[in-house]
Design a protein around this ligand. Structure first.
Ligand code: ZN
Length: 110
């Protein structure tokens, strides 16, 4: 049995691309795929977008090209701290034993 994948990222996280063709772009995680260690990032800049050609339909009478965000591997992403930008993620255990995700630079909860 494979070990259960650990995902540091979750839906709604703000991330920046640190590798590949979309390097430097930022977006928000729309969906996580833990078993593949991938996420889908929604961004106005378009992150890992594939062009989908659509055939004309009777309703619209026109075809076209639609952008579709494809899953991107989490190793290509970094979590964005509102103060520091892309940062490494640390963890802090509070007195109740709960784990919190924090910025490794400023310590803010992410
Ligand atoms: Zn920070």
């Amino acid at each position: 049995m494979a070990t259960k994948p650990k995902m540091k990222l979750k839906k709604g996280d703000h991330v920046q691309v640190i590798q590949g063709k979309d390097i430097g772009k930022r977006g928000e995680i729309a969906r996580v795929i833990p078993e593949r260690n991938k996420v889908i990032v929604e961004s106005s800049e378009g992150i890992n977008v594939a062009k989908k050609h659509q055939k004309p339909t009777k309703a619209t009478m026109q075809g076209g090209i639609q952008d579709k965000a494809m899953p991107i591997h989490v190793s290509n992403l970094m979590l964005v701290c509102g103060k520091d930008g892309p940062v490494k993620v640390g963890y802090r255990i509070d007195p109740n034993g709960e784990k919190h995700r924090v910025c490794r630079k400023c310590g803010a909860e992410l």
